[in-house]
Design a protein around this ligand. Structure first.
Ligand SMILES: *Cc1c(COP(=O)(O)O)cnc(C)c1O
Length: 457
């Protein structure tokens, strides 16, 4: 029998021509996002001061299964896609497992993660609408970097609010964003009301993602020709990321296989949703039944320990309310080097699918176990993973070891969402043995839960 190659590539022509909108197939659609003042579903009119018109349509679309990818976006995709589906032969051998392990590698572009897939789409629609620019927030910096590339390509202005502690931890991220033409403001800043309030009440604050979101939204609303864009959680972002899973599904068709287990790390849910949902379509149709696993850090356990409730998406409580798994908008997770997973909430789409049992399992894993898996993977597969992605690696390794015990030849697929090149500081701490495992106590979580509004819908 001919051996399956290490890398299964698609042709440029085979890059998907549409995104998959799972909402059209979901048995219970997720609850609508609500205006916090009226508790009524938000309308297009209410969203339009903040978001781009076409993206609002995508956000609220629950009927069209497929949404065509404009040629202008596909042209950009062609520069770095299709991304390879890689068979982890060397890792399999090291583990001595009968399982077949595959990963879809999204870290091969300059921004270093899957986030570029949605950044380029959002920048395209902003340009189409004739805007001057967009505002956003960034934590660890992956989203800001991806968006700066996308805005640079279309000649759009970009104002990024970067969480202050992250900027101090990762000065090079700021450098990349500025190289692509973005202006980067450290958050909390004195350029917005919300930032000034934060600085007055907490002068020493290193900032948080929730606070940076509030600053970016305020700036978009107050500046003519600017809208706000977001890199995860929203339906539109999950939609754009389905390019990952569609490519993976086609590559599996080519080799005549189909994954039994599909794994992704879960911050706001976009890389997991992106990989998983095109396969979820088969599960919702009753045709296949892959086992889906979401992996989150033990320091920010929204699916495994959070509440399924209506909550704000930001600390400043200026955004609409979304029904999701949440730790509370005021919850500040302990320091963790997987900065992209430090968000209090979870995509409403993924939250509903998890609540209804279509996502089979969520796991929370400690930071030291994550780095152990990351190093093991790097040494055998020759790719340095982002700490976020290493959550998926850890679960894939654990599943492969289970197969070794049971003798099952399962096909395991996970998303290697990004590169670890910007995380060398964290790897150095791990190598020195100074990486801490901080897990919130039940009392810490209760404090976050107490800020969740009491809405029983
Ligand atoms: C941002 C990021 C994540 C987490 O975001 P999701 O929306 O949950 O995918 C995961 N991996 C990498 C490399 C990231 O940059």
């Amino acid at each position: 029998m001919q051996k399956i190659p290490y890398k299964i590539y698609l042709t440029e022509e085979e890059i998907p021509k549409s995104w998959y909108n799972v909402r059209a197939d979901m048995k219970t659609d997720h609850r609508p996002i609500l205006n916090p003042k009226t508790l009524e579903p938000v309308t297009v009119e209410e969203l339009s001061p903040v978001f781009c018109d076409e993206l609002i349509k995508q956000e609220l679309n629950d009927t069209d299964r497929y949404i065509a990818i404009p040629e202008g976006i596909r042209d950009f995709y062609k520069m770095y896609r299709p991304s390879p589906l890689v068979r982890a032969y060397c890792l399999e051998e090291a583990l001595g497992t009968p399982a077949k392990i595959y990963y879809k590698y999204e870290g091969g572009n300059t921004s270093g993660s899957h986030k570029l897939n949605s950044a380029i789409a959002q920048a395209y629609y902003a340009k189409q609408q004739g805007l001057k620019g967009v505002t956003t927030e960034t934590g660890a910096g992956q989203w800001g970097t991806a968006l700066s590339m996308a805005c640079g390509y279309f000649g759009l202005d970009l104002k990024v609010f970067m969480v202050k502690v992250s900027a101090e931890q990762k000065p090079y991220r700021k450098g990349v964003m500025e190289t692509f033409g973005a202006s980067v403001t450290l958050s909390p800043s004195d350029t917005t009301d919300i930032g000034r309030l934060m600085l007055k009440n907490h002068p020493e604050s290193g900032g948080s993602l929730g606070n940076a979101i509030s600053e970016a939204v305020e700036t978009a609303v107050l500046n003519d020709g600017y809208k706000y864009v977001l890199g995860s959680v929203l339906n539109q972002v999950i939609l754009h990321q389905t390019i990952i899973g569609q490519e993976a599904r086609l590559a599996f068709e080519k080799i005549g296989d189909y994954p039994d287990v599909i794994i992704g790390c879960a911050g706001g849910g976009s890389n997991l949703g992106g990989l998983m949902l095109p396969f979820m379509a088969d599960k919702l149709a009753g045709e296949k039944s892959p086992y889906f696993i979401a992996v989150e850090p033990a320091s920010c356990p929204s699916l495994t320990r959070g509440k399924f409730a209506y909550d704000y998406c930001d600390t400043g409580m200026v955004t609409p309310l979304a029904k999701m798994y949440t730790l509370g908008a005021t919850f500040i997770p302990p320091t963790n080097h997987a900065g992209g997973l430090r968000y209090h909430g979870m995509s409403p789409i993924l939250s509903q699918l998890y609540h209804d049992g279509y996502i089979d399992e969520a796991r929370a894993i400690s930071q030291s176990e994550i780095f152990e898996a990351a190093v093991q993977f790097a040494r055998h597969e020759g790719t340095l993973p982002a700490p976020e992605s290493a959550h998926a690696i850890k679960a894939a390794i654990d599943e492969a070891i289970k197969c070794k015990e049971t003798g099952e030849e399962k096909t395991i697929l996970f998303c290697l969402s990004g590169t670890g090149y910007f995380d060398i500081g964290a790897y150095m701490k791990y190598n020195e043995g100074t990486l801490a495992d901080l897990v919130p106590t039940d009392e810490d979580l209760e404090r976050g839960f107490s800020a969740i509004p009491n809405i029983n819908l």
